[in-house]
Design a protein around this ligand. Structure first.
Ligand SMILES: [Mn+2]
Length: 316
């Protein structure tokens, strides 16, 4: 069931004890939206816990409240489970450990909302833009704490105001959040930070680069050995998506044996469609999926899917 903004706000207002969660492999928007909403709801006097079933990258240690993110380990009771920035199929054990009714808040066009209350606004660059709107709807003033978290999710999901999803709304929201004490340089320095080891690994990743579809697509292919060596591939795809003439950029890596993860970025081709065809999802210009097969087969499969999608778009 699709909700409108006022109904989503009403569901939050009516709950006293809430559990907030977001997707595994959390990014700035997943972490920013759960923490931002946590601050807003606590400012309303509510009892709020945040669970994310994954490690939180150290880049986010500057965010107020990040130390309160818990890993789900035992049954918990709540009036409402708020699932942010994803459909509930990517929240790990958090979903299994609470029976609370779900309120799903997301901006991913691939979220079909089947069988649950969903507030979806695919025109928003980040779930954090929706959290910003909800805070206004609930008439909760921002604080430096909530503003830092919400700003981080907005900034990271729109490539620090450079991607096509950056709208006047995005910049107005960010500007308003700055008035509560957000320092954009502090946030971007923390988000960009990488270890020496990771930067060294970037050169190994670049060695795997291959172009295909007549130079309009490019991929980095981190096989099992290389994937195990590299602790974080955050930002790797950005190294190659800048190549002249490239529309689609791909990063393929191994999560474990026979479990490969493909991340795609594009300037025109709808990569959300490709990801969805493998059970993944995302946005038109940024999407990902998991391929449960050996690395070589995953590589051939995803290249073939991208080639076919790009052929189709050219004909259409
Ligand atoms: Mn997002």
């Amino acid at each position: 069931m699709n909700l409108i903004l006022t109904e989503a706000a009403e569901a939050l207002r009516n709950a006293q004890k809430l559990v907030l969660t977001a997707h595994e492999n959390p990014d700035g928007d997943a972490i920013g939206s759960t923490l931002g909403l946590m601050h807003v709801l606590r400012d309303m006097g509510k009892e709020v816990r945040v669970f994310i079933d994954d490690d939180i990258p150290s880049n986010f240690s500057i965010l107020p409240g990040v130390d309160q993110i818990e890993r789900p380990t035992e049954k918990m009771t709540a009036d409402l489970l708020v699932v942010l920035d994803t459909a509930p199929d990517r929240i790990g054990r958090t979903g299994e450990l609470t029976d609370a009714p779900i309120l799903n808040i997301d901006h991913h066009i691939s979220n079909d909302g089947e069988g649950r209350r969903l507030y979806l606004d695919a025109a928003r660059a980040a779930t954090c833009e929706i959290v910003y709107e909800l805070a206004k709807e609930l008439r909760v003033p921002f604080t430096k704490e909530s503003a830092m978290c919400i700003y981080t999710g907005i900034a990271t999901d729109c490539g620090f105001f450079s991607f096509a999803n950056t709208k006047p709304f995005t910049m107005r929201a960010a500007a308003e959040l700055m008035e509560y004490g957000v320092e954009p340089n502090i946030i971007s320095e923390a988000m960009e930070q990488k270890t020496y080891t990771v930067v060294k690994a970037m050169s190994k990743a670049l060695d795997t680069m291959e172009i295909f579809h007549g130079g309009q697509a490019v991929g980095l292919f981190l096989d099992e050995g290389l994937s195990a060596e590299i602790e974080s591939t955050e930002g790797f795809i950005d190294m190659v998506r800048v190549i002249e003439g490239v529309d689609v950029a791909l990063l393929l890596k191994c999560k474990e044996k026979d479990v490969c993860r493909a991340s795609m970025r594009s300037k025109g081709t709808d990569v959300s469609k490709i990801a969805t065809s493998f059970g993944g999802g995302g946005h038109i210009r940024a999407a990902g999926c998991t391929l449960n097969m050996p690395f070589a087969q995953a590589k051939a499969t995803i290249i073939d899917a991208i080639n076919r999608a790009m052929d189709g778009e050219q004909q259409g």
